[in-house]
Design a protein around this ligand. Structure first.
Ligand SMILES: C[S@@+](CC[C@H](N)C(=O)[O-])C[C@H]1O[C@@H](n2cnc3c(N)ncnc32)[C@H](O)[C@@H]1O
Length: 371
């Protein structure tokens, strides 16, 4: 079937049924991910003009590589699958784009060659590729993880195995995934004296995507490790606390309700998940011609305004816990701000928000409007 995306044309094997395209080599649901990738590459090149080489490490149809090559990146497409490699070659040719195409295990390639930008987009966890990527990427590492159940603690053992951390299944599950992934990548990078700074991260539908600016310096690796810590979550009243530092000081009893059903997660990334200015640059770089332009810009806008707190609340879940009907999110946030707290929407979904108020303070600040 023929697919058009970001101004390029692809031929991918598969059937088009009722407008939904299905192919093992091309996932239309990842178009937002790819549009943001291209916008991020453009914004990053403004920031770091010497960045030239881009490795599409898991090329499949070659869609990312073709789109980057059309933007004048010096592209290498790699895939371990023979059919994918042939397809990527055809799609490059179809769009008059040049790139090096490698048919091999990308871990071996990354250990042999250094790239300015590496894009990891595997099925499931990216961690088997993390060591080779962080040690052989000069400037920007782009990573997708689609194993959201292990990341958020729903598949606990798998999460522990893949990420060498303890994830917990909470009401902020997508954010748990973001922070477990960033923690694991920061720790992998630190082993090679590389520091990571997440300049853009989002959790969208069934994946987490992050862009890490790398600094090859032990002090930068130390600074990234300083962003790690633990999260404690009360299953009864939804109170949560962040505990910075690698040495955990676990909560035994909830300071809000006295409950003892406390979940402990970590090490997680407690630092910022994006650079606001960079996200604004990305938003401004998204052209109208991108299929997901509106969605991409909206996502960037929410990310720019989102507070840095390491967990978000779900307003509906809180109100259910209090046995009260939820009101409009704008009114709810206005009450928090009027009471002197910070409040923002979160990009994790319609009823999610962030605040510096504790669960008890939220209850008090919004009581008049909800009761
Ligand atoms: C999710 S698909 C990539 C999708 C593509 N990047 C896109 O945006 O449409 C994952 C690809 O990774 C490839 N892959 C898996 N393990 C690999 C490895 N060790 N080295 C290179 N490619 C690998 C698979 O063959 C598959 O084509």
């Amino acid at each position: 079937m023929r697919v058009t995306e970001g101004g390029i044309e692809l031929e991918v094997p598969g059937e088009q049924t009722e407008g939904v395209e299905e192919s093992v080599f091309y996932n239309p649901r990842q178009e937002l991910n790819r549009d943001l990738t291209i916008a991020t590459l453009r914004a990053f090149r403004e920031r770091e003009p010497r960045a030239e080489s881009y490795l599409d490490a898991m090329a499949a149809s070659g869609v990312r590589g073709v789109r980057a090559a059309a933007d004048d990146w010096d592209v290498t497409c790699c895939d371990v699958d023979e059919e994918a490699v042939a397809l990527a070659e055809e799609n490059l040719e179809r769009n008059d784009c040049e790139a090096t195409v490698e048919h091999r295990d990308v871990n071996a390639l990354m250990h042999e060659e250094v790239f300015d930008v590496i894009d990891l987009d595997p099925y499931g966890t990216p961690m088997p590729f993390a060591d080779a990527a962080v040690s052989n990427c000069r400037d920007l590492l782009c990573v997708t993880a689609t194993d959201t159940a292990p990341l958020c603690g729903a598949h606990f053992n798998s999460g522990v195995r893949s990420y060498s951390a303890v994830p917990q299944n909470t009401d902020y599950h997508a954010e748990m995934g973001v922070r477990i992934l960033l923690s694991a990548l920061a720790r992998s990078a630190a082993r090679f004296d590389v520091g990571v700074e997440p300049i853009l991260t989002h959790a969208t539908s069934h994946y987490v995507r992050t862009y890490l600016e790398l600094e090859h310096k032990p002090t930068a690796a130390d600074a990234a490790i300083d962003e790690l810590g633990h999260l404690y979550h009360c299953e009864d009243c939804l109170h949560r606390e962040a505990d910075p530092g690698l040495i955990a000081d676990p909560l035994e009893t909830c300071p809000n309700c006295g409950g003892t059903r406390i979940l402990a997660a970590g090490p997680v990334w407690l630092g910022s998940i994006r650079d606001r200015e960079f996200v604004a640059d990305v938003r401004e770089t998204v052209p109208d011609s991108f299929g997901t332009a509106e969605k991409a810009r909206e996502l960037c806008e929410v990310l720019e305004a989102e507070l840095d707190q390491p967990t978000h609340y779900d307003q509906h879940k809180l109100c259910r816990n209090w046995g009260l009907p939820a009101n409009a999110m704008d009114d709810f946030l206005a009450d928090l701000r009027e009471a002197g707290y910070e409040g923002s929407r979160a990009h994790y979904g319609g009823t999610t928000f962030k605040t510096d108020a504790s669960v008890a303070e939220i209850r008090e600040a919004t009581a008049d409007s909800l009761d």
